[in-house]
Ligand binder design. Structure first.
Ligand SMILES: Cc1cc2nc3c(=O)[nH]c(=O)nc-3n(C[C@H](O)[C@H](O)[C@H](O)COP(=O)(O)OP(=O)(O)OC[C@H]3O[C@@H](n4cnc5c(N)ncnc54)[C@H](O)[C@@H]3O)c2cc1C
Length: 520
């Protein structure tokens, strides 16, 4: 479970040099950047209030947010919100902001407590983000909304230059600020338990909060449910037969302090494997064995190499065969663990990297696990499966009413045998507006009102539905789609409103009508 307190902003990572004499810093908190236009260039931390004023100015220049223009709907005598979003993590927040900027009414639900959405301050164990610090992330094209602006406003540009990677909890602090400064409202500790597409153009949600359930109607529903958004952790079947006290998945919220003095096996060699191993070692595990199926640890991040505006905007336009080929290649090559995370493990003398060591099963002998591997048996006290996530609708009961109807890639695309890929086969076959498509449209009318803004959309649309690099691109694209859909299906109303519009721009007193002069 997340800790009880919101993590305070990290202190400046280095001592700030004194302000140049030319700058008046009498009141660094309330003085604005416009009072000191050279503050940024001088590398001065002008404070968050100044940044927030600058952001407000930028939004005003762009006339954001737009006024609500959508037509209010009702169903069963209840309000129907324009768009409901499940998930108030980075993706849900960015989409909410993009929709609000476009004058669309949004309601966001997240089961996590406020400030603890997503993995950053809950299940993640890395010291820093993998993502480079300079990525614009969810800033939606607004310079003052970037992590860099937030960081420099507090700590100055020298500290920014000195920063290597973004500390994990500091990223969460930034997302908390992002939510506050944009006035985004998330209904926290609200768990969506069921969704049903209904006739009459609405999706019904059942939402649980404080032990009570209520219904919410929305014209469109977006699932912004994260990396495992349509499933959950993957572990081999035999693992589920082991006593739950003797194993965990890297995505589980568990206290690594319980590993003190134990012999721990970590299955996998990706980022989560290193993070799990590193935190176990730091908490005093007796020995940590990384059990790596491959003969070598992946070294090159092909997804990073592919990154470009073309990759972001072009993937969804590719043929099926190309989309599959690109995603399969990235999957097959695997993403290497970050170097700093790997060094965090290897600096411990009681960490052991076993390559070419595929786990095959485990037998329980009292408190001991006898683990069979392709390199021979090993005795352990605890196993951590850093084995990733799968699309598995059974792990998302919220989606049980729609899951049988959603068309998957495996329903209509057959890869060549050398490109077989279970993860891709199970991915939803989304339309261009991120919408689910039905295997049989007659069997589940309204399914297309549910849009997937979670990681499993990557095969259909590219990596624009999670991960920091292109989250703004995805949010803007989906918000634009939703605007268009909401407008088009209410065209009668918008047309009538246009006809009824009666605000004159000239009043008839600007000219005098003159008859043509009579012909000579
Ligand atoms: C350990 C770890 C490290 C990562 N590091 C990086 C990194 O360095 N860089 C990077 O770009 N990406 C990283 N990622 C990927 C990361 O998950 C995404 O970039 C980011 O969290 C995506 O945001 P999101 O909003 O899509 O999902 P999340 O942040 O996971 O948010 C999803 C939200 O949905 C809510 N939710 C789910 N189901 C329900 C329900 N039924 N009712 C109500 N609420 C619900 C959850 O409570 C959660 O808050 C990492 C992921 C993990 C697991």
């Amino acid at each position: 479970m997340p800790p009880g307190d919101i993590h305070p902003p990290c202190p400046p990572p280095m001592h700030l040099s004194p302000a140049p004499r030319s700058l008046d810093r009498r009141d660094p908190v309330t003085s604005s950047l416009s009072d000191h236009p050279d503050a940024l260039e001088a590398g001065i931390a002008a404070g968050l209030p100044a940044l927030e004023r600058r952001l407000a100015y930028e939004l005003a220049c762009l006339q954001l947010p737009a006024a609500r223009w959508t037509h209010p709907h009702r169903h069963q005598d209840r309000e129907v919100v324009d768009v409901a979003i499940v998930g108030g993590g980075m993706a849900g927040l960015a989409l909410q902001a993009a929709l609000q900027h476009r004058g669309v009414q949004v309601r966001v639900f997240d089961e996590a407590p406020a400030g603890f959405e997503g993995p950053w301050a809950t299940t993640a164990r890395m010291e820093t983000l993998r993502s480079p610090k300079q990525l614009a992330g969810p800033a939606l094209g607004l310079p003052s909304l970037t992590f860099r602006a937030w960081f420099e406003a507090q700590f100055g540009s020298a500290a920014w230059d000195a920063l290597d990677k973004i500390p994990r909890l500091q990223w969460m602090d930034y997302l908390r600020w992002y939510r506050r400064v944009l006035g985004l409202q998330v209904h926290n500790e609200h768990r969506v338990t069921d969704v049903w597409p209904r006739d009459a153009g609405v999706v019904e949600l059942r939402v649980e909060h404080a032990g009570r359930a209520h219904a919410v109607f929305a014209r469109r529903l977006v699932l912004a449910t994260g990396r495992a958004g349509l499933g959950g952790p993957w572990v081999p079947d035999w693992a589920r037969a082991l006593p739950r006290a003797q194993w965990a998945h890297s995505g589980d919220a568990f206290d690594p302090a319980r590993l003190r003095g134990l012999r721990v096996g970590v299955v996998g060699a990706g980022a989560s494997a290193m993070d799990s191993a590193g935190s176990a070692l730091e908490e005093g595990a007796a020995r940590v064995h990384l059990l790596v199926r491959r003969a070598d640890i992946p070294r090159i991040n092909k997804g990073k190499g592919a990154g470009s505006p073309g990759f972001v905007h072009g993937h969804g336009r590719l043929s099926d065969a190309w989309r599959w080929r690109v995603r399969h290649y990235i999957n097959e090559q695997q993403v290497p663990p970050p170097r700093n995370s790997t060094l965090r493990v290897s600096r411990h003398p009681n960490a052991f990297f076993h390559l070419g060591c595929a786990v095959q099963g485990a037998a329980v002998h009292g408190d001991v696990l006898r683990v069979a591997t392709s390199a021979g048996p090993i005795e352990l006290d605890f196993l951590i499966f850093a084995t990733g996530f799968v699309v598995d609708w059974t792990q998302r009961p919220m989606l049980r009413h729609v899951a049988p109807h959603v068309r998957l890639w495996q329903d209509r695309f057959e890869p060549t045998p050398d490109q077989a890929d279970a993860e891709l086969s199970a991915s939803p076959d989304l339309g261009a507006d991120f919408e689910f498509q039905a295997r049989d449209p007659a069997a589940c009318p309204g399914l297309e009102r549910i849009h997937c803004f979670a990681y499993p959309a990557a095969l259909s649309l590219g990596v624009i539905t999670g991960d920091i690099p292109a989250i703004s691109d995805g949010a803007v694209r989906l918000a634009t789609s939703l605007c268009g859909l909401l407008y088009a299906e209410d065209i009668d109303h918008h047309y009538a409103r246009m006809q009824a519009f009666a605000e004159p721009e000239v009043f008839g007193d600007e000219w005098v009508a003159t008859p043509l002069p009579s012909a000579p």
